[in-house]
Design a protein around this ligand. Structure first.
Ligand code: ADP
Length: 886
């Protein structure tokens, strides 16, 4: 260290405090990085790595990005989960003695981005914190620095519950204390968290006390303090836009765990994290970014308070009935910018003149929005109108002060309107008059000298000048102008009057730009006072926006207002899956009824694959969620209980990423539902027990149904391919069979996607296999095998190796339709054709399996059945059979 130059020493000192961040060290017009930072950044950002002398023995690796394009590079690093410390010169290099002072002015992290594409319009950017309290209790808090919104809650139960809260917030960065247990840290990292950051300071800062007014629990207060301390420590500036922390209870909302959310594709699809194809995508008719964010929050947290849901419903109903007013309101909202984030930028200090213009335009919409709402003469609409605070003085100020199309830069003038400030007007007059005088000068001098090509020009270095070409120089009198600059074919001159005017113009311009900047910051300070009011307005506007969107959608798609039943009744007439209906042609979608009550708690749904079982189940869940966020629902009549929780176990193929065996995940999710569900919950179990062997799976599935039926009485939709289970209807009083019907047309099966009472008609199985266009002799042959299997409860008389392989066959054929089709084929096959276990095999058994058979059996034995699709399994069977028959 001793031999390094003073600047490198300074760098190393600063860097010592920011080990986990890239240090952007300001040198002139560049941010430079050194040592390891330079090596890593040059790779990540694909920029040139160089080196420089630094006084040490070796040259120091270095790379840099120009100051003006830094935001782009910072964003790239942040999106990869890195942090960037911005180190600026904090004294004027002209007056500095020795090395210019430098300090870190901001630490930018994934959870604290305030600008750029990293900040998606319709997405919150939460940063969260968690703490472990004694006794299986956890603290959770999160803030969105860009909007100033914060929430906190106490989570009881397991780490999973905590992680569930975290997942709902979508936070990319989590602030933890350094002593947080490694297991919890590991679990956090598994959930698409970009960055874990350490903050151990939980001291309550006096300035938060108002923001923390609702936080009664001391431990939770500490948790929130840790988050706020981190924000202040990293941002190093006024965060006056941070709003009061709202404390909520997890039980205030319908509970949907992370997996169920994913399964139901509420805000992202299972396959990708895209929005398209999700419930959010369907429902998002919002006109503003704020509304888009609020809608997402609503979907993530459906209500359970009937009165609150009713309030939303009433406004939706009102807007559905008022087409013209609704369109007018929506048109006005289109002109409203992101007030929440604008308020954030006011406080944060990165507000630009264009932001002020956006603020102005937004505020100017409020009086007409209010007016339209009031004209509806409706109590709820009037209440909403009251909440729309037009912030008149702020609007007036902006209207008077800010021009219609201001530039982005605060340092180039053209921000403030004429007439707003007398002094500014004077400077502008002076500059304008000077310019007019100069324009006249050219005409006058041409006349005086008779040189028609004489012109007056301006450049940055020499200022204003009179230019005469060499050919015309002889027309000038000796000493008429002062010589200023010689070009190859012209001379440039000035005159004392020209110089005087120039000074006047430049001084006036400089002063006016400076004054405009002062006026701008003054206005910004005034607007700062309005931050809480702007945030209140933003909330009301977002709500209005979402509700208008619900109304728009409900009318377009002919949704009805759901009625809530205290008797835990479900009546859905002509219900539809809202997203599938939108994606496919509305005419093609087959609506379905759903009826459940205290006598019909469990619906056992049978039907071939691809007939629509899963769609039907999801449609019921999505309808419940839509109802509980206040939206109308896709049906012609809807009665619903208010569900406290929704559990789903859908599809086995989606768990590949989680690293756990699919069957384990299946059981964990089933356990979660079974241990937490109440009689007010909704459970969807799709094909449970598929992940293990047939009898195992069937036994588990049946036991689960019995348990739910007898002990929980939650409303349950249970789809199964185990046809055997339909007989449960005889034993379980509150269980009813329903099935998805199909018809035969021209010898082929056509799914009607229509749900009917009773168990599925078995005879369609064979057609399903035919639909897949499997070779006819294969189907027949496989059916023979299955037939035997079905008959054989005692071990099939084969060697133990063979028994194992038979089990594999059994698993391969576990799919209901395969089994059905083969059974059918077996029944029609002539008994004499059953050759597999006839005398010949008996003989073989005595002498042991032939070499050929052994090969086949080994191959069978080695199959990973669970990794195969039914079609692959079929193909494999076909191959095996071919080998045997050769
Ligand atoms: P299953 O769960 O029985 O295997 P799915 O619910 O996945 O079947 O449905 C299979 C396909 O059938 C869906 O992708 C959808 O396109 C179509 N489908 C399902 N229900 C309907 C319906 N009610 N009307 C029209 N098409 C439907």
């Amino acid at each position: 260290m001793a031999t390094y130059t003073p600047m490198i020493k300074q760098y190393l000192q600063v860097k010592a405090d920011y080990q986990d961040a890239f240090l952007f060290f300001r040198l002139g017009d560049f941010y430079e990085m050194f040592f390891d930072d330079a090596l890593k950044a040059s790779q990540e950002l694909e920029i040139t790595l160089t080196s420089r002398e630094g006084g040490g023995e070796e040259r120091i690796p270095m790379c840099g990005v120009p100051y003006h394009s830094a935001p782009n590079y910072i964003e790239q690093l942040i999106n990869k989960g890195y942090k960037v410390a911005i180190c600026e010169q904090t004294e004027d290099p002209k007056t500095a003695k020795g090395v210019v002072k430098r300090e870190v002015v901001q630490l930018i992290t994934p959870g604290t981005v305030m600008e750029g594409r990293g900040l998606l319009e319709k997405e919150n950017n939460f940063i969260a914190t968690v703490s472990v309290f004694p006794g299986d209790t956890y603290g959770f808090a999160c803030s969105d620095l860009s909007t100033g919104e914060s929430r906190a809650t106490i989570v009881n139960g397991s780490v999973e519950e905590l992680i569930n809260e975290l997942s709902i917030s979508g936070a990319k960065e989590v602030v933890i204390e350094s002593s947080l247990s490694p297991e919890v840290q590991k679990k956090l990292k598994e959930r698409s968290i970009l960055a874990l950051s350490i903050e151990d300071n939980t001291d309550l800062n006096e300035s938060f006390s108002e923001l923390f007014a609702d936080l009664e629990n001391e431990q939770l207060k500490n948790t929130a303090s840790r988050l706020f301390n981190y924000l202040y420590r990293t941002q190093k500036r006024s965060l006056d836009h941070l709003q009061k922390v709202s404390v909520y209870k997890v039980q205030q909302y319908m509970k949907i765990d992370y997996f169920s959310k994913r399964n139901l594709e509420l805000t992202e699809t299972i396959r990708s994290t895209a929005k398209k194809g999700t419930l959010l995508w369907l429902l998002d008719e919002t006109m503003t970014a704020m509304g888009g964010r609020m809608l997402k929050q609503w979907i993530n947290r459906p209500l359970i308070d009937k009165a609150e849901i009713g309030r939303r419903q009433e406004l939706v109903q009102l807007f559905v009935g008022q087409f013209f007013e609704r369109q007018e309101l929506r048109e006005k909202l289109r002109e409203v910018y992101d007030l929440e984030r604008l308020a954030g930028r006011v406080a944060f200090g990165n507000l630009n003149p264009r932001d002020l213009m956006q603020l102005k335009r937004s505020l100017l919409q409020v009086p007409s929005l209010k007016h339209i709402l009031e004209s509806l003469s409706h109590e709820e609409a009037a209440l909403m109108a009251d909440r729309l605070d037009p912030c008149e003085e702020a609007a007036d100020l902006l209207e008077q002060a800010i021009v219609d199309n201001p530039p982005l830069s605060v340092k180039e003038g053209n921000i403030i309107r004429d007439g707003y400030n007398h002094q500014l007007d004077q400077y502008r007059d002076a500059s304008r008059n000077g310019k007019t005088w100069i324009a006249m000068l050219e005409r006058d001098e041409r006349e005086k000298t008779g040189i028609r090509s004489l012109k007056v020009g301006y450049n940055r270095v020499f200022g204003y000048y009179i230019e005469v070409t060499k050919a015309n120089l002889h027309l000038l009198q000796e000493g008429q102008y002062e010589r200023k600059q010689t070009l190859s074919n012209a001379e440039r001159f000035i005159t004392p009057e020209l110089k005087e005017k120039e000074d006047l113009i430049l001084a006036a311009e400089e002063k006016s730009v400076e004054l405009e900047y002062q006026l701008f910051t003054g206005i910004r300070e005034t607007i700062k006072e309005y931050i809480p009011r702007l945030q209140g307005l933003a909330r009301a506007l977002s709500e209005l926006d979402v509700l208008l969107g619900f109304a728009e959608l409900s009318e377009q798609r002919q949704y009805v207002k759901p009625v809530f039943s205290a008797e835990r009744k479900v009546v859905l007439k002509d219900g539809r899956h809202p997203v599938v209906e939108k994606v496919m042609n509305a005419q093609e979608y087959v609506p379905n009824d759903c009826y459940m009550d205290n006598e019909r708690e469990v619906l056992l749904i049978t039907g071939p694959n691809m007939s629509g079982k899963s769609t039907y189940m999801r449609q019921v869940a999505l309808t419940a969620i839509m109802a509980q966020i206040g939206c109308f629902v896709p049906a012609t009549e809807a009665v619903m209980p208010i569900f406290d929780q929704v559990f789903t176990r859908i599809g086995a193929a989606d768990d590949l990423v989680s690293g756990q065996s699919t069957f384990m995940v299946e059981m964990l999710e089933a356990k979660n539902a079974i241990t937490n569900a109440t009689k007010d919950s909704l459970i969807l179990f799709d094909e449970i027990g598929r992940g293990t062997s047939t009898y195992d799976g069937m036994a588990l599935a049946q036991a689960m149904i019995e348990y739910i039926h007898d002990k929980i009485s939650a409303k349950t939709l249970f789809s199964t391919h185990y046809h055997e289970m339909t007989s449960l209807e005889n034993e379980l009083q509150k269980l009813k069979n329903v099935h998805v019907s199909a018809v035969e047309q021209n010898g082929k099966v056509v799914f009607l996607h229509k749900i009917r009472e009773g168990a599925a008609d078995k005879s369609y199985g064979i057609h399903v296999a035919q639909l897949a266009e499997l070779p006819a002799d294969l189907i027949e042959r496989a059916a023979e095998i299955l037939h035997i299997l079905e008959q054989t409860d005692t071990p099939v008389p084969l060697g133990s190796e063979s028994q194992k392989s038979l089990d594999s066959v059994r698993e391969t054929l576990q799919n209901e339709q395969d089994k059905q089709s083969m059974l059918q084929a077996a029944e029609t096959a002539a008994a004499s054709q059953l050759s597999f276990f006839d005398e010949e095999p008996e003989q073989k058994k005595a002498s042991g399996a032939s070499k050929k058979e052994k090969q086949v059996l080994d191959q069978l034995n080695g199959l990973e059945i669970l990794d195969m699709t039914p079609l692959q399994a079929m193909n494999m069977l076909y191959d095996l059979q071919k080998k045997l028959r050769k």
